[in-house]
Design a binder for this molecule. Sequence first.
Ligand SMILES: Cc1ncc(COP(=O)(O)O)c(C=O)c1O
Length: 485
Amino acid sequence: MHPIAKLDHKFLWHPFTQMKDWLTREPIVIRSGKGSVLVDVKGRQYLDANSSIWTNIHGHRNPKIDKALRRQLEKISHSSALGLASEPAPKLAARLITAAVTPAKKRNFPSPRARLPSSPSLTKVFFSDDGSTAMETGIKLATEFAKRTRGITKPRFLSLEGAYHGDSVGASSMGHIQLFRRSCTSILFKCDTVMSPYCYRCPFNKAKPEKADARSYRQCEWQCVDVVERAFARQNKKGAPYALFALEPLIQGAAGMIPQPEGWLSRVCEIARHYGTLTLLDEVMTGFGRATTKLLPNGRSELFAFQREGVTPDMVALAKGMTGGYLPMAATLISQPIFDAFLGEYEEFKTFFHGHSYTANQLGSAAALANLDLLESPRVRKHRATMEVELQEGLNILWKSPWVGDIRQVGLIVGVELVKNQRDRTPFKLQDRVGIRVCEAMAKKGVLTRPIGNVIVLMPPFSTTVPQLHTMMTVLFESLRETLG
Ligand SMILES: Cc1ncc(COP(=O)(O)O)c(C=O)c1O
């Protein structure tokens, strides 16, 4: 065993990993990376098919991000945001706010609430360290906002079935994956759950399975929206609306790459607004061009999933890809009314007493600015659009496998749900570790990704060439055949 692998075995505890299994085999030890290729200590090369757990945007050692970091290193790495400003953080905040502008879209469905006043736009940025802390910021702000504006001292929260928003106590409370939260339920706060539209397994979808994304052939009456409406109405009847509705826009990640049918997001956000509930959109996975490669009417790139549906949320959580996948840094974008609720004389103590030592880190800010520059470059824009089409076409090869039940693609995010029986959608048992086995076979063929239960994820960095993209899909296909026959 390589000496570093031995050290790892001796001293490390890996996240979301059964360490008993981990200790039975030699881990892949990554030494370097370039573009979409990772290289281990033995010189073996791998394609990074899940962008190093959804963080990396432009590939590894991107010359522009590297240069921005070096330039920043020559000045300073970090100075405190408590009582001091810095050069790169305000520039980044301004860029994020501009990037998140959402022109209203014409609805392609009749809306009973068409005359609702438009939502306030996002105007402020609160920096933190990772997806969990970006969510935690939003949860705390919503709690205090409900108290200050409505006198609600015991706020109620709502999030989607299968939601995952991080592992801190607040973010875990808003999550509903029992496997992740059951060991600490006693320390979590209550958060109601409402149906997430999972067309492939939706009880309202009358369609028989087809070899296509279930959203495209579903037969339903949008009952999933009615269910959300009823949840809000029920809570309202109790005397106080939900203080916060948190959700991932367009696609839920850790829930199993579960995409929403077009129009669902704008409808439920309208419902939340009607009932006076703040929306906190978790773009930790979807942000920075993952979920859409389209352009806004103003000619800028749609960098966030909510822009696809012309929604203006009250808050947005960003992390993972914000620094291009280089450094841990996160942000919560906030609308003006929330910010205003925290203004007052010092002795009123309306201050938001919350923050982190590394808040608004200068190195992270410099990397994030370079990431945004790259996302707006014509070359990257064009390549992302090409990748989306290549994925759409290339994924069809997987329908040759009898084990593929649903292929779900949202922009450059792909989830392939494996099933025991295509005809009746019978799932594999989690204990069979089908997803894990397929990904292990893929790793042996030089493609790295991580499953979510029976769902195989492909989320390549935008540096991925078209041939590399096809290698990822072919390797997945071959690994299915090899693992499951
Ligand atoms: C949608 C979503 N929100 C929040 C998080 C938590 O982010 P982090 O792991 O950076 O705390 C994740 C992580 O996977 C995520 O996918």
